[in-house]
Design a protein around this ligand. Structure first.
Ligand code: TZD
Ligand code: CA
Length: 527
């Protein structure tokens, strides 16, 4: 009779989860023993980096990815990174090792006392199988739940389970398939098309889910057909629309009152693939202006249920785009004009470059199809003023605002898309939360450019301190960090560039593996 381990490996292979991001301990070794040939174990040196890399990899491939963590301690280290994966709706399947069954109740060292409860508020589903024979089925559920809910799931497995026998019933999971249809019914489709067709001044709000679902180009078609303005939803983690398209109005501000202000004059706001809304700064006010209706289309049933305003349809927003494109009443838009021009980059006084000068250099020196993973918080306005992103999958940002996604995420995106240029744009504060991903990049020779913006401070916090009326808090400056030496310690070649010309010359090089370019920048404000 095959072992639970053999059946589980075979299941993962059939489902295409053969790249495993992990950091193991003793509890996990019995699962990893005898991994079949086609598997690749990508070792990360800290669980935050492990999850960040897996998140980037899963987002860029669009498929569930297996994450292997050590008991409660490793799972705890991963928790902050999981907040981002929840918000970006990334299907991560976390399998953690547990002590042997007889030792859990005793709270032996490395026993995770109530493993599912530890993770439950974050993940979409968490369990520890009630007996060894149930492990393959539970693993299958972890994969299917992650795929269906688009949310991380968590399975804790006592390590003595892996060598147990798997009977015929346990093997039945090998042939399982779980499919989903998320196309709106005919009546719902007609209702939506009529609402959109009869709106005098509709507006579109697109969430990151549109890019995750591969509907970036379809969203452009829809907007041009409707001829209506397009915003990206607040707290954007992926770009759903070309940012210099003449219909694009930018990313909505993440506050209640300013969102309502932006919608002034529109009778219908159609939100596709986003919560309503992921606000940040608490700026109270009415949710919508008088006379504005809102219809939200999302696959995330919880996001539909918790929205404070509007009507919602739980369906695949991509399928809804198809319905609207096929509906005769929704035409009327004029062909879009040329992309909006990029302004001259601002310059800074003093020694550091203005972030706009850095981003102008990226735009002009890196290939047009570069995928950017950004975690630099005070430079947001400068970023959108300078960049010209026209392709799907061009932009990733920590979805819940938890730092530590950027650098690992960039490594994961680059591993997922070996043919596409990838750049991480990382602040000197952010870099530290996921810095160990540099080692994995070096070991796997991941082709990746990390542009490290060093302004010596937590710039965004300084700005927030001003907004909150507490400008003089401790703990916001980070002098004395040299990322060229840190990177070299992890095996990544690195250089410090002094000025724009040196930066541009460095960016024009195309090394085969990872490299880090550190540039000193001036402090600017995020908006
Ligand atoms: N810890 C974690 C895990 N996530 C966070 N978001 C923070 C702390 C708080 N935080 C921000 O929200 S922005 C920021 C911190 C510490 C500063 C980031 O500094 P940076 O970028 O150097 O990366 P800027 O451009 O200097 O702001
Ligand atoms: Ca900084």
């Amino acid at each position: 009779m095959p072992s639970v381990r053999r059946v589980s490996h075979a299941f993962l292979e059939r489902q295409g989860l053969t790249t495993v991001f992990g950091n193991p301990g003793s509890n996990e070794l019995p699962f990893l023993a005898g991994l079949p040939e086609g598997f690749r174990y990508v070792l990360g040196l800290h669980e935050g980096a492990v999850v960040g890399m897996a998140d980037g990899y899963a987002q860029a491939t669009g498929r569930p990815v297996l994450v292997n963590l050590h008991a409660a301690s490793g799972s705890g280290n991963a928790m902050g990174a999981l907040t981002n994966a929840v918000a970006s709706r990334t299907p991560l399947v976390v399998v953690a090792g547990q002590q042997v069954r007889p030792a859990i109740g005793l709270e032996a060292n490395l026993a995770s006392v109530d493993a599912p409860a530890l993770m439950k508020p974050l993940v979409g589903w968490a369990a520890e199988p009630t007996c060894a024979a149930d492990v393959p089925r539970a693993l299958a559920q972890a994969v299917f739940e992650a795929r269906l809910q688009r949310r991380p799931t968590y399975l804790s497995v006592p390590y003595d389970d892996w060598s147990a026998d798997a009977d015929d019933n346990a093997r039945a999971v090998l042939d399982r398939r779980v499919l989903r249809a998320a196309v709106p019914g005919g009546e719902q489709g007609r209702w939506l098309a009529e609402e959109v067709a009869s709106a005098a001044r509709p507006a579109l709000v697109l969430g990151g889910d549109i890019d995750s679902a591969g509907r970036f180009d379809d969203a452009v078609r829809l907007a041009e057909r409707l001829g209506c303005p397009v915003w990206a939803a607040p707290s954007l983690f992926r770009l759903p629309f070309p940012n210099r398209h003449p219909l694009f109005r930018g990313v909505l501000p993440a506050g209640i009152a300013p969102v309502a202000e932006a919608f002034e004059g529109h009778d219908l706001v159609l939100v596709l693939g986003a919560p309503v809304f992921r606000y940040h700064e608490h700026l109270p006010g009415r949710y919508l202006p008088a006379g504005t209706r809102l219809i939200q289309v999302t696959e995330d049933a919880s996001a539909a249920a918790r929205a404070p305003v509007g009507e919602a349809l739980v369906a695949d927003p991509g399928a809804v785009i198809d319905v609207l494109l096929a509906s005769p009443g929704t035409g009327g838009g004029a062909p879009a004009g040329a992309p909006l021009p990029v302004p001259e980059p601002l310059t800074a006084e003093g020694p550091g470059l203005h972030p706009e000068e850095v981003f102008a250099a990226l735009r002009e020196e890196l290939p047009e199809d570069t995928a950017y993973v950004v975690e630099s918080t005070s430079t947001n306005a400068a970023w959108w003023r300078q960049m010209d992103l026209r392709r799907p999958g061009s932009y990733y940002f920590p979805a819940a605002g938890g730092l530590g996604f950027g650098l690992p995420g960039a490594v994961g995106v680059a591993m997922a898309q070996p043919g596409r240029p990838v750049a991480g744009v990382i602040g000197d504060g952010s870099a530290n939360y996921g810095i160990t991903a540099l080692w994995t990049a070096a070991q796997h020779r991941v082709p990746l450019t990390v542009v490290l913006l060093r302004n010596g401070t937590y710039g965004a916090l300084r700005w927030f301190g001003g907004l909150l009326g507490v400008p003089d808090t401790p703990g916001t400056d980070i002098p004395g960090l040299d990322f060229t030496r840190i990177a070299e310690g992890y095996g990544v070649r690195a250089q410090h560039v002094g000025g724009v010309a040196e930066l541009r010359a460095a960016l024009a090089e195309r090394p085969a593996g990872p490299r880090l370019i550190q540039v000193d920048t001036a402090l600017t404000t995020p908006s």
